[in-house]
Write a protein that binds this ligand. Structure first.
Ligand SMILES: [Fe+2]
Ligand SMILES: [Fe+2]
Length: 298
């Protein structure tokens, strides 16, 4: 077994020189890891190859869900009592709702931030590729749902108010936008760590499908843990302080919008894990394929 290295908290301080050096090293990692940007398709060559692999070697659950109609009736908005519904269906509707927020957020931002041709700075380029990776995640989530024979899933916009918030957000100046952007990446990462553990239990009777879900999730997590460090690198000491204060209310507000989540996930534990995040909770095999800021390594 590979011993996990020691890491420092994601909230560790860093100098402006360290920030500049870390953007350089992230950009080198990101190009190698994601491949070439296919801007027209909001896609990246290495991610596309991975998705093609999953699609060309499909794994499907042995059994369909107990009642797939329950999924379709509740996946966009929960209409039934979540407590009356089986855990597999609840987990899959939670995944959809989480990914849907991501999809709405990135769709709003994609039209606003500079394209690769318009990008003036290194951070503009990093942000463009970052967003393309998020679009790849939504395709990966779509494939997860298909693993459970859910072939009729549609990606629908949110209500007008939330849709508007997601459109305004990327227009905010950095000092307002960078901290919540970092905290939402951290929330994604802690959510995926809890999801990974839940797969074990909820899909215990579907070993092949569970294995495929984990394979797909790990592809997403490798990006996500790099995004956490990259977005951390945008903020200074004030941002770090604000992030710690904002973390709990932001997680709670986000999951209030996914009413079924609390029947599966321990949101308060997720908050604690977010506040304590230092990469040592991630498996070394995933870390080896990802990126960690220099000031979070011992
Ligand atoms: Fe993501
Ligand atoms: Fe991300």
């Amino acid at each position: 077994m590979v011993e996990n290295k020691a890491y420092r908290s994601i909230f560790s301080p860093c100098s402006t020189q360290e920030q500049a050096a870390n953007f350089d090293s992230y950009w080198i990692f990101s190009q190698r890891h994601a491949g070439e940007l296919l801007e027209e398709d909001k896609d990246l060559t290495n991610k596309r190859e991975k998705l093609n692999y999953f699609q060309n070697n499909p794994i499907r659950s042995r059994n369909p869900l107990p009642n797939p109609e329950l999924f379709y009736r509740n996946y966009v908005k929960f209409k039934d009592d979540p407590q009356s519904i089986d855990r597999k269906t609840l987990l899959l509707t939670t995944i959809y709702k989480f990914a849907r927020h991501e999809w709405v957020g990135i769709s709003g931002a994609w039209d606003i931030i500079p394209s690769m041709a318009e990008a003036k700075t290194l951070t503009d380029k990093i942000s463009r590729v970052h967003l393309a990776e998020e679009f790849c995640h939504v395709r990966f989530f779509h494939e997860m749902l298909k693993t459970f024979h859910l072939n009729k899933v549609e990606w629908l916009p949110l209500g007008p108010v939330k849709q508007k918030i997601y459109k305004i957000f990327p227009r905010l100046p950095g000092f307002l936008m960078d901290t919540p952007a970092f905290v939402t990446e951290l929330m994604g990462m802690t959510f995926y760590q809890h999801l990974d553990k839940l797969f074990e239990e909820v899909f215990a009777d579907e070993p092949e499908a569970r294995q495929r879900l984990r394979e797909i999730l790990h592809e997403i997590m490798i990006d996500e843990m790099a995004h956490v460090g990259q977005r951390r690198n945008f903020i200074g000491p004030n941002g770090v302080r604000a992030a710690k204060l904002m973390l709990a209310p932001l997680y709670r507000a986000f999951f209030r919008d996914i009413p079924e989540a609390k029947y599966l996930f321990d949101i308060e534990k997720m908050i604690q894990d977010g506040l304590a995040f230092d990469y040592s909770s991630v498996s070394p095999s995933l870390l080896a394929r990802s990126w960690v800021p220099s000031y979070c390594q011992v």
